[in-house]
Design a binder for this molecule. Structure first.
Ligand code: BGP
Length: 477
């Protein structure tokens, strides 16, 4: 047994705001993700501490054109089909369907656009995996309602879900309610449109917003199940287990606490109730959540069918404040530097075995099928004079991670629905806004300064992944 099951969903993943562009076309409204600038202010804007509620002349906004997939999706999906994709994960831009978020009726132009994307996938036998909300929210809901801190946004989100589910039912089987729902705690404006005023208790706002997202996710799950009993709904976690820095029990305990900060969301979405440790934490921190009577029942009755997650790296933590000086970046959540691991050019630690560890931890905890919906290496690619791109480093990263994923499935018995490589075509980086940080099998000629012909070129990894899929993982060389 050295290959994945026949129905395993190999593929790739993107998100609307990082690849579509066409940000003001087709009547699309402005969203939080459109006001994230490139450059040094980006981080504070993503965190919600530097409010930037509209675009200005002084900044560049990479999502506005991105890689122009809005106009080129047919060419791009054709290339995905050529690689043999069984599945393509993409997200729906909320403000293409409801420009302001609170309109009673959806925009036909927006619905038609994604219908064409879905039909293009189905034409090649590619299973669409739809992320309903990948970080974005219409700016009007941010400025007029305070985004997810306001319970009314739950209803607006459900209207959005209803519109897309009614339109695409029968065509889309796999749905994710929110991308990386735990990002709300780390980058509140990018992840959920939350802007703070200086005097307010941030945690209070974040957990109230989290409650609304969790409720919205449960209600969306119910809606999808009602409309399409055969559909499968997943939650989505920015995953990567925390390791303790030493075998000191205090470090082990700290690692457990850090993991729970992220598991909290999935515990609710998968088990249907707030875990006891979270209830106690909220009491201790004097965070009071406004809930309505039916909320507990809604959460309990509408749990997800599968657990999806992104994995780029494991994380490392310590209870000792002195050790905590040596940090590295790594998909937003800071981590100590693990001396046993290499890092990418952006400081993200590379840990293939960590993927197997994370998969086993999630499967043990939830006992539901998993879906790896993001994994990959962000790297600088330098085209040769003849335009070829020899990305052996990317092949090596993916080889090692796929091997580890296969061990988790074939040796450990973890149930896994599929694997979609992040940024299967080069796109804008979420954390830095750069084009230079490339993940794709397909190179897009576009630079950090916004110049470039947008031409698509296959990298060496294109043929490599094609062979991985064709052999169902039996040949990783
Ligand atoms: C995840 C996001 C993606 C994606 C990825 C890579 O957190 O869900 O949107 O961007 O990370 O991160 P980056 O683009 O910062 O390299």
């Amino acid at each position: 047994m050295n290959r994945m099951p026949e129905d395993f969903l190999w593929g790739g993943a993107t998100a609307a705001n990082q690849c579509e562009g066409g940000f003001a076309e087709g009547g699309r409204g402005l969203a939080n993700v459109d006001v994230l600038p490139a450059g040094p202010d980006r981080r504070a804007v993503m965190e919600g501490t530097l409010p930037m509620l509209s675009c200005d002349e002084a900044h560049e906004y990479p999502s506005h054109e991105a890689i122009d997939m809005y106009h080129r999706f047919k060419e791009d999906i054709r290339l995905f089909a050529e690689m043999g994709f069984k599945c393509y994960r993409f997200s729906i831009s909320w403000s293409r369907i409801f420009p302001g978020g609170d309109e009673p009726e959806p925009r036909e132009e927006g619905l038609r656009f994604y219908e064409e994307v879905i039909d293009e996938c189905l034409k090649y036998g590619i299973e669409p995996l739809v992320t309903i909300c990948h970080f974005d929210i219409p700016m009007h809901l941010v400025t007029e309602y305070g985004s997810w801190r306001n319970r009314k946004v739950v209803d607006f989100y459900l209207n959005f879900c209803r519109a897309v589910v009614e339109r695409y039912k029968g065509k889309v089987k796999y749905w994710l309610t929110f991308n990386e729902i735990n990002m709300l705690m780390h980058l509140p404006f990018m992840g959920a449109g939350i802007v703070f005023s200086p005097e307010e208790n941030k945690k209070q706002v974040q957990y109230q917003a989290a409650h609304h997202e969790l409720l919205a996710s449960a209600l969306a799950t119910n809606l999808i199940h009602e409309q399409m009993p055969e559909a499968k709904v997943g939650c989505m976690l920015a995953a990567g287990s925390f390791y303790p820095y030493t075998c000191n029990p205090a470090d082990v305990w700290r690692a457990m606490e850090r993991d729970r900060e992220n598991y909290f969301f999935i515990d609710v979405q998968s088990r249907g109730a707030y875990p006891s440790y979270a209830k106690r934490m909220l009491e201790r921190e004097e965070i009071h959540l406004e809930m309505e009577e039916e909320d507990e029942r809604i959460l309990r009755e509408n749990t997800v069918d599968f657990i999806s997650f992104s994995y780029y790296s494991s994380r490392l933590t310590s209870a000792d404040p002195e050790v905590c000086g040596k940090r590295t970046t790594g998909n937003v959540m800071s981590s100590l530097r693990n001396p046993h691991l290499n890092v990418s050019e952006w400081g993200w630690q590379i840990d293939p075995l960590g993927l197997r560890i994370t998969m086993n931890a999630l499967y043990d905890r939830y006992q539901k099928p998993l879906f790896i919906v993001e994994n990959g290496l962000g790297a600088v690619d330098t085209p040769e004079e003849n335009g070829e791109i020899h990305d052996s480093y990317r092949i090596q990263y993916l080889q090692e991670h796929i091997k580890s994923m296969m061990d988790a499935v074939l040796i450990d018995g973890v149930e896994l629905l599929g694997y979609t490589v992040w940024g299967c075509i080069d796109l804008v980086s979420a954390s830095t806004g750069e084009m230079k940080k490339r993940y794709g099998f397909i190179h897009v000629e576009k630079e950090n300064d916004g110049t470039g012909s947008l031409k698509r070129t296959k990298k060496d990894s294109f043929a490599w992944y094609q062979q991985v899929i064709a052999t169902n993982g039996a040949c990783l060389l």
